[in-house]
Ligand binder design. Structure first.
Ligand code: GDP
Length: 254
């Protein structure tokens, strides 16, 4: 059975002090409406994440337990402009700190609509995350919206671009609607979670060999850099409370 089929809602976090104790987790990020909630639902085999046709509705960092102190973490989508600047700033701080310093974070899944891959904000997230040395796996989702040939062409382009960013960045085609790409994604994510093999065994994991680390960890020799420029410019989805400020954040994109 898929590791993710055990996923069940655990808790939501709005600030660092809300983060649960964990020995390994995979965070899911992506531009609003790219298909992140649908991808999480497809992986888990149930509708655990909220799916909306309206961008900007996921409000908190949601932790889904996989058992054995491992988690799947649903981050708020970014690139959603209709959010008060002060709210964006505080969320940017929290999420930036989470991605930069969260020790149990094994890797980052980045969801992109195959028809609009590598937007400026996606690029910024990847460039900003890469110095930590942790792996990224990009799901080019909604692949069912393109012909196979067109989807493969985009896959090759994105492969080339992200390979230039870090050797442990990878990409695949995915469709939540058709369920295509599920096995490949599960294989990658399970491999990442195996990097936590000194912790309690993963549920259903029968092939844990000491010294066999397929994963991730901080193999990239580049050290984690603090305060990378632009980190807070990622506009994550956040609560729509509060008044809108007239000033727009210093983001490279509109
Ligand atoms: P999120 O904002 O990134 O969480 O995006 P959602 O998962 O809510 O999806 C946004 C919209 O895209 C919804 O209308 C989904 O039904 C649709 N969608 C998501 N994944 C797919 C997919 O693989 N194929 C197709 N055709 N539509 C998808």
């Amino acid at each position: 059975m898929s590791l993710f089929h055990k996923a069940a809602f655990f808790k939501s976090a709005a600030a660092s002090q809300d983060l649960p104790a964990s020995v390994g987790e995979i965070a899911f990020a992506g531009r609003s409406n790219a298909g992140k909630s649908s991808a999480i639902n497809a992986l888990s085999g149930s509708r655990i994440a909220f799916v909306s046709k309206t961008p900007g509705r996921t409000r908190l960092v949601n932790f889904y337990t996989l058992g054995a102190e491992r988690f799947l973490v649903d981050l708020p989508g970014y690139g959603y402009a209709r959010i008060p600047n002060a709210t964006q700033a505080s969320w940017g701080n929290f999420l930036g700190e989470y991605l930069r310093t969260r020790a149990p974070l094994c890797g980052l899944a980045v969801i992109m609509d195959v028809r609009h891959p590598l937007t400026p904000l996606d690029h910024m997230l990847l460039r900003w995350f890469s110095p930590g040395g942790k792996p990224v796996h990009v799901l080019l989702t909604k692949a069912d919206k393109l012909s196979r040939a067109a989807a493969i062409k985009i896959l090759r382009q994105v492969e080339g671009e992200i390979a230039a960013l870090a050797p442990n960045f990878s990409v695949q085609l995915f469709s939540s609607l058709k369920g295509s790409g599920l096995e490949e994604a599960e294989r990658v994510f399970r491999g990442w979670l195996e990097c936590t093999r000194t912790a309690p065994a993963l549920p259903g994991d029968e092939m844990k060999t000491p010294g066999h680390d397929r994963g991730s960890g901080n193999k990239n020799p580049r050290a984690i850099r603090g305060n990378q420029p632009g980190a807070n410019a990622l506009r994550f989805k956040a609560p729509r409370s509060g008044r809108r400020s007239g000033r727009r954040p210093k983001s490279p994109t509109a």
